[in-house]
Design a protein around this ligand. Structure first.
Ligand code: ADP
Ligand code: MG
Length: 481
């Protein structure tokens, strides 16, 4: 019973409905068959018996005169005539003392024949009983008729069964199963983070209402997701701007200090010159100091310029989708440099492992976006604020794929977290500003833009390993010399 229940629960709705319908139609058709064939059998039997009685009546009437005359040869002649009728097997005529006057008026009984006996008492005009007529009737013809009718019924019911079952199955499919399947596929898509086109509404029934509510829901979800995505992008850019501004401030500050000191030295030099007491040693010291200050200013301004350059590169690429040729290793270093401010007050190091001569053509902003999401996630989620740790980025390729792995030796994740990391809005840091959109964006870019795959392997306490598998394709990323 239980096994049967489990068997049924595992089956598709289409299978269950079809089975129930089939059994129902079969029962109805079988019931009809029993009723109709019983009815036909009754009618045919009744007709055969009526015919038999008519014959018996006639024979009885014709027998009155010969019986009275004891004319046995006429009686036998009549009986033989009667026996020519196909359904009559024997004719007995018992006189008033019960003696059979026609002992030989019979023919062989066919095999398995169902027979019945008709009896008719014979009276003369004044009511004296002259004898009893007994006719044995075969119902073989009735049986043949019933069998023929039954097989005709069987054929027509089989046709009805097949046609009605097919028609209902097609209707069910069109009106119920296909719309439900379409809706389920869309829901599944949404559940896996893909917001898809609205479901087509082809009817105004309950399914249509369901589809329309579903469309409203996805539209609202899409709107709120778009808003969130925009704010996440802005927040990421804002964070980057703040970090870079802070970082540039340091070399600029040093350069300003050096220039201020230089200005003071020039002032002193100018006074000595005006007073006419400028010594040779003073001039030597001044040139030495100025030289040093120039060095410091140059170094720091160059550092600031470099920061601006890499920031410009990363942020500009993030918003433009133009493809260009990049050396992956060099570009990765630029990305890591742009992330430096984020890692300034941490004990985390970022290691890069990349083949030197790997050149690709792609929209580089995409790559920096993916790496930034993973590296910042490692910083935020994998380690405590002063924990020592390592983030390892490793890049490899073959003819058809670019593979990027980003791993950390931080706290890792449990199975439940791991199962949900790519879901939109899933975050374990909501209270401290997590949006749960980082890995969702990553997943969307990889799946929809780059037609690749991403997976994560992690265990609590054993860090995380994200593997990005990006297929080469002329429209997305492809190898160049
Ligand atoms: N390197 C990592 N180590 C541990 N947990 C991580 C790591 N990266 C991501 N996670 C988990 O995945 C969740 C989702 O990440 P993400 O989509 O970027 O959202 P958010 O960073 O806003 O929380 C995080 O809240 C965190 O629980
Ligand atoms: Mg994140």
């Amino acid at each position: 019973m239980k096994a049967g229940y489990h068997f049924l629960t595992r089956r598709s709705l289409a299978f269950k409905i079809n089975t129930v319908l089939f059994v129902l139609i079969l029962l109805i058709v079988a019931g009809q068959w029993v009723v109709q064939s019983t009815y036909i059998s009754r009618i045919l039997t009744r007709q055969a018996l009526a015919k038999g009685s008519e014959i018996a009546e006639l024979f009885a009437m014709l027998s009155i005169a010969p019986l009275r005359r004891l004319d046995y040869s006429t009686l036998r002649g009549n009986a033989e005539g009667l026996l020519k009728t196909e359904d009559i097997i024997s004719v007995s005529l018992l006189d008033s003392s019960g003696f059979d006057i026609l002992p030989f008026a019979s023919k062989p009984i066919p095999d398995k024949a169902v027979t019945t006996i008709l009896e008719k008492e014979i009276y003369d005009e004044i009511g004296t009983k002259l004898g009893t007529l007994r006719i044995k009737l075969s119902l073989n013809q009735v049986q043949i008729g019933v069998a023929q009718t039954r097989s005709l019924l069987q054929i027509s019911f089989a046709v009805i069964l097949t046609l009605s079952w097919t028609a209902i199955t097609i209707m069910l499919r069109l009106m119920l199963l296909i719309p439900i399947k379409r809706l389920a596929a869309s829901m599944d898509g949404v559940a896996h983070g893909r917001i898809i086109d609205p479901v087509e509404i082809s009817s105004r029934d309950e399914i249509g209402v369901l589809a329309s509510s579903f469309n409203t829901m996805t539209m609202k979800l899409k709107q709120s997701l778009d808003t969130q995505l925009r704010s996440e992008k802005l927040a990421a850019l804002g964070g980057l701007v703040a970090g870079v501004a802070h970082e540039i401030n340091t070399p600029l500050g040093v350069a300003i200090t050096a220039i201020t000191m230089m200005a003071e030295d020039v002032g002193t030099l100018k006074t000595s010159l005006a007073d006419n007491n400028l010594s040779y040693q003073q001039l030597v010291d001044y040139t030495d100091e100025t030289n040093k200050a120039c060095d410091i200013i140059q170094k720091n301004l160059m550092q600031a310029a470099k920061l601006v350059r890499s920031f410009k590169q990363v942020s500009a690429d993030q918003s433009s989708e133009a493809k260009r040729k990049i050396n992956v290793g060099t570009y990765m270093e630029e990305i890591i440099a742009s992330l430096k401010p984020e890692f300034k007050r941490t004990n985390l190091t970022i290691k890069l492992n990349c083949p030197e001569r790997l050149n690709v053509e792609m929209a580089p902003g995409t790559l920096s976006q993916l790496i930034t999401i993973l590296v910042l996630n490692a910083k935020v989620h994998a380690f405590e604020s002063d924990q020592i740790g390592q983030i390892h980025i490793s890049i490899s390729n073959d003819r058809s794929n670019l593979t990027i792995t980003v791993s950390d030796d931080g706290r890792g994740m449990d199975a439940e977290t791991q199962r949900r990391v790519f879901d939109p809005f899933f975050t374990t840091k909501r209270s401290s500003g997590g949006t749960g959109l980082g890995l969702y964006i990553l997943h969307t870019i990889i799946n929809e833009q780059l037609r690749g795959q991403v997976e994560v392997i992690s265990h609590p306490g054993a860090g995380c390993l994200f593997t990005l598998s990006l297929p080469f394709h002329p429209d997305t990323i492809h190898l160049v010399d």
